[in-house]
Design a protein around this ligand. Structure first.
Ligand SMILES: C[S@@+](CC[C@H](N)C(=O)[O-])C[C@H]1O[C@@H](n2cnc3c(N)ncnc32)[C@H](O)[C@@H]1O
Length: 203
């Protein structure tokens, strides 16, 4: 893994049709590099992390999501009952994709993609990250995958506005291959977003 990662092929793991899914290679590379003894994934979505973990022999890894398919675990209200050496989380990027009521089930008030506004989203994201970080053992890592977004001409930099925890061990740029903006061509001064951020915090 280097400070820029790019996976033109997302890999075979998880549901490629789950909106906002990520490449399983991100998770595979993290697990191969850090070799954590325990692995927890929050925002499991289309099952990418689950399938990677099982293939790599993590029989007891835990994968949680508000989506009822993953037990309806609510990152805002529910506790983390295990202490895992590596936590991977891939939250909604503000309201770029609305999950509850659109990707699955009924609209849920604690769905991060349904936050009242951007300030409410950042407050909730901080709360979740804090809870995850607190659950780590000393030396453990919290890895979060996030994208900046643009709405009605306003640029929202989630990684600038959110709270940081422990020490930032790495900031990796991930090239985005399947976003609408990477397929379209633009004229003038508009700069499309074709990357995401992988932040690795160490406790
Ligand atoms: C970007 S997707 C994760 C995609 C996943 N990495 C994949 O590859 O399929 C974000 C997920 O956050 C979940 N989510 C939103 N609010 C949540 C909450 N309060 N607690 C737990 N999960 C939540 C959504 O259901 C959605 O599956």
């Amino acid at each position: 893994m280097k400070s820029v990662i790019s996976y033109p092929y997302r890999g075979k793991w998880g549901r490629a049709d789950y909106r906002g899914n990520c490449s399983g290679f991100v998770i595979k590379d993290l697990l191969e590099m850090y070799k954590p003894r325990s692995f927890l994934e929050i925002f499991a979505g289309g099952g990418t992390g689950f399938e990677v973990a099982r293939e790599m022999g993590y029989k007891d890894s835990v994968h949680l999501d508000l989506n009822p398919e993953w037990g309806g675990w609510n990152a805002l209200k529910d506790e983390i009952t295990i202490c895992s050496e590596l936590i991977f989380c891939h939250p909604p990027y503000y309201d770029m994709v609305i999950y509850s009521g659109e990707v699955w089930g009924e609209a849920h008030e604690d769905d991060l993609s349904r936050a009242r506004d951007y300030g409410d989203y950042i407050r909730k994201l901080n709360l979740v990250h804090r809870k995850l970080f607190n659950s780590l053992p000393e030396g453990g890592r919290l890895v979060t995958l996030l994208g900046d977004c643009r709405k009605h001409g306003v640029y929202y930099s989630i990684i600038k506005d959110m709270e940081y925890f422990g020490s930032l061990e790495s900031h990796i740029i991930k090239i985005q291959h399947n976003a609408n903006s990477s397929r379209r061509s633009y004229k003038g001064s508009f700069i499309p977003i074709v990357h995401e951020h992988l932040l690795i915090f160490r406790k």
